[in-house]
Design a protein around this ligand. Structure first.
Ligand code: GTP
Ligand code: MG
Length: 322
């Protein structure tokens, strides 16, 4: 017989979380202690309608439960050691990221149109297939395409620049069109089926993460519903990233707000919800002479810095000094 305390502590066991609150939390993607422990009281109040003090207590207890040590330092170290860094193909960009785009978490690129969010997605879809020693993850890519931006011709160009068989590379990219925000959420959930079939998925691209949500929830009345759904969507992605050690790359447009200080990251669509759930955030903008500038924002373990790169026929490249 297992002892009583061996029973898993679920969100229903948190003080003040009844069946209805639990359901609201689950619907918004808060289905485990970790997600609750890392949220803010304001977020919980908004999502569930509980009072601020109750929300604080829920978070406090979730944190204490986690502090009891379900994971040891060694577990975390092992997890960190499993992280693979996928090269962008550009030296300065990789250096800024401490090696490349990481598996195990969500990375977000946000920026205006033409800032190269989609081009980076294509480069990663090719590079993830490279062996580890060449900056890849020996894996396949899933491209959740909400804006019909996937271009096999670009994959062909990028593959050939690396000396790869472009047809083989294309076979290792699974493309799923997403027609609206609900469909996009469903498609993300279905990625797990591919993994369970045994496909070595190491990269999930969502281009664009926010466009459908923005279009489907116009008007202020539906803003909180939009944020809830977006949060749920991101939690699905985060779980896939963590559970299967996958790099999740999402793109996000910025609203054009000339009144806001140039480069203000808060202008990214989805605001706090998206920012809070992305471990790595990169702000992209157009630079001089056709170059692009990438700026790392608030990374937990890397210094804030920026780099300049070019999008060429071959991929994402360093600036060439002429
Ligand atoms: P939106 O999705 O519109 O918000 O923009 P984005 O940030 O996804 O931009 P995208 O990655 O599509 O394009 C960035 C830049 O890449 C473009 O402005 C072009 O300069 C460059 N680019 C796109 N396609 C090609 C191509 O086929 N060849 C070359 N050499 N450059 C390209
Ligand atoms: Mg794009």
């Amino acid at each position: 017989m297992s002892k009583k305390e061996d029973k898993e502590f679920t969100i229903e066991d948190l003080p003040g979380v009844g069946a209805t609150t639990a359901e609201k939390l689950r619907d918004s993607g808060y289905d485990n202690l970790m997600s609750i422990a890392t949220t803010s009281p304001g977020e919980l109040v908004e999502l569930t309608g509980v009072g601020e003090n109750v929300a604080k207590r829920i978070i406090h207890v979730a944190r204490t439960k986690l502090d009891m040590g379900f994971e040891t330092g060694e577990d975390i170290l092992k997890k960190r050691e499993q992280i693979v860094k996928i090269t962008t193909g550009c030296k300065v960009f990789d250096e800024m990221l401490g090696g490349g785009f990481e598996t195990g978490s969500i990375s977000e690129c946000f920026g205006e149109f033409g800032s190269s969010k989609t081009q980076i997605a294509h480069a990663l879809a090719v590079n993830v297939q490279l062996p580890r020693e060449k900056g890849g993850a020996d894996g396949m890519a899933v491209f959740i395409d909400g804006e019909s931006t996937f271009r096999p011709e670009r994959i062909k160009q990028f593959s050939e620049a690396l000396g790869l068989d472009s047809l083989e590379v294309l076979k290792n990219i699974k493309i799923a069109r997403a027609f609206n925000s609900d469909h996009q959420m469903l498609v993300a959930e279905k990625v797990e089926d591919l993994i369970k079939e045994g496909l070595p998925i190491k990269l999930i691209i969502v281009d664009s993460l926010t466009a459908h949500f923005r279009a489907d929830f116009v008007g202020r009345g539906t803003l909180s519903e939009r944020q809830q759904k977006l949060n749920k969507h991101m939690h699905v992605l985060m779980k896939l990233a963590a559970q299967y050690n996958i790099c999740v790359y999402v793109t996000n447009q910025v609203m054009s707000r000339p009144d806001v200080f140039f480069g203000d990251p808060t202008a990214a669509i989805g605001g706090n919800i998206v920012g809070h759930n992305s471990q790595t955030r990169i702000y992209l903008r157009k630079g001089k002479k056709g170059s692009r500038v990438a700026k790392l924002i608030d990374s937990p373990h890397l210094p804030d810095s920026e780099c300049v790169f070019m999008v060429t026929d071959k991929g994402i490249e360093d600036l060439k000094i002429k």
